[in-house]
Design a protein around this ligand. Structure first.
Ligand code: ZN
Ligand code: ZN
Length: 400
């Protein structure tokens, strides 16, 4: 009998161009982790990761490609795979750093995980973190107060937050710590306050927190008794050279290609860029003009948006925040935790029902809703979650 060898859960690639490749690392039912592979032509492969629930299926090379990791909140099912990140960094040749964004308290959570091990044989600068603990949003303040009450009741200590409030006149900021693993089983370095936002929408609900070559990440906080950060990754419009066409037309490779691409991206004229021997091959391949050659060589990938939101209370506020963050998303990954019959429980636990996910998907006018992260109460009956969401949005999928 043929062995089933599929390594990963089905990828909803049919809805995307061939540039970004998202996948739920542990499928629809496993602890949440959304890995997005970014394969821009002519650039080093990169990736981002939303949550580190169960990342057992990520290989060390896949982890090594990560530009940054974005954490919604540090409940165990969303942060339990953190040790796997740590472990794979030890396999690196050294100097590897992981950039991590997360809600208030994330620095203390990382410290706690690291101090659970002994590091005496690790060089002090062998690897480290750049952690951004996001603050300054009104909803974060509100949620933090609830969190502080709950945590103090249990006699635990909060992350050092006395530095933050009012420090930057209400603008989004982060406690940033650049930290290395030291032989004293701790991360070293003191948090500093930095301005974080690169852009905000007009209502100040959605914040751009990360901007890399060709893509950016936006964030809005949601309420889960604690803050739960929701993210969107936006890949820009992209122009690239069709390499096989270049070969087929026998046009020589060279620096002119990079210039061509830059000019095409910026919309400048392309007139004098083609090498002269294009003319020599033109009769053979019937290239009629510069423009003709350009049309054959340049390929255009339209921009794409993938949004990710988990563990939050359905409310007018969360719906209007997500209507912006996930607006017209090609893929919107959203928890579909409960069914209609559990609606009271959903409110109590600050989780969604699948119907509510469908309503948000409709408000955001997303192209496709992907449901994942289900309550054990729905075990074996996920198709009902999908059907309940479909009453509000026509394109709902579960990949497992
Ligand atoms: Zn949670
Ligand atoms: Zn959860």
């Amino acid at each position: 009998m043929m062995k089933k060898t599929r390594k990963d859960p089905l990828i909803p690639q049919i809805f995307l161009s061939r540039t970004i490749f998202p996948r739920l690392v542990a499928g629809a039912e496993g602890d949440p982790a959304l890995y997005i592979d970014i394969r821009d032509h002519n650039k080093a492969e990169r990736a981002v990761l939303f949550d580190v629930g169960n990342i057992a299926r990520l290989s060390p090379p896949e982890i090594a490609k990560l530009d940054a990791v974005f954490i919604s909140h540090t409940h165990m099912d969303h942060f339990g795979g953190f040790d796997k990140l740590l472990r794979s960094m030890i396999n690196e040749e050294g100097g590897k750093r992981i950039t991590l964004y997360g809600p208030p308290g994330i620095i203390q959570c990382v410290r706690g995980r690291i101090s659970g091990y002994v590091w005496n044989l690790i060089d002090a600068e062998a690897f480290g973190f750049d952690i951004f603990e996001i603050r300054g949003e009104s909803l974060l303040h509100r949620s933090e107060e609830v969190l502080a009450d709950e945590i103090n009741e249990r006699g635990l200590r909060l992350a050092p937050n006395e530095l933050t409030h009012e420090a930057l006149d209400g603008s989004l900021h982060a406690l940033r710590v650049s930290a290395s693993i030291s032989t004293h089983a701790s991360i070293v370095g003191n948090p500093k306050i930095i301005r974080l936002e690169t852009a905000a929408d007009s209502n100040g609900l959605v914040h751009e927190i990360f901007n890399s070559d060709g893509y950016r990440v936006q964030m809005t906080p949601l309420f889960h008794k604690i803050p739960s950060l929701s993210y969107a990754m936006i890949h820009e419009d992209y122009i690239h050279i069709n390499a096989s066409e270049l070969l087929r037309l026998e046009i020589p490779d060279g620096m002119w290609i990079r210039t061509l691409k830059e000019k095409a991206q910026s919309g400048e004229g392309l007139g004098e860029l083609l090498p002269s021997n294009v003319y020599e091959v033109s009769s053979k391949h019937s290239i009629k003009s510069y423009q003709d050659a350009m049309m054959r060589l340049l390929e255009f990938s339209p921009g794409e948006r993938i949004a990710y939101s988990v563990d939050f209370l359905y409310s007018e506020d969360s719906e209007s925040r997500l209507a912006k963050l996930a607006s017209r998303a090609d893929l919107y990954f959203c928890e579909g935790y409960f069914q209609d019959e559990h609606e009271d429980r959903a409110t109590e636990k600050c989780h969604l029902t699948a119907s509510q996910a469908g309503r948000i998907a409709k408000a955001a006018n997303v192209k496709n809703l992907v449901l994942f992260h289900f309550s054990p109460l729905c075990m074996g009956r996920f198709s009902q979650n999908r059907d309940e969401a479909r009453r509000h949005h026509p394109s709902v999928h579960i990949y497992s």
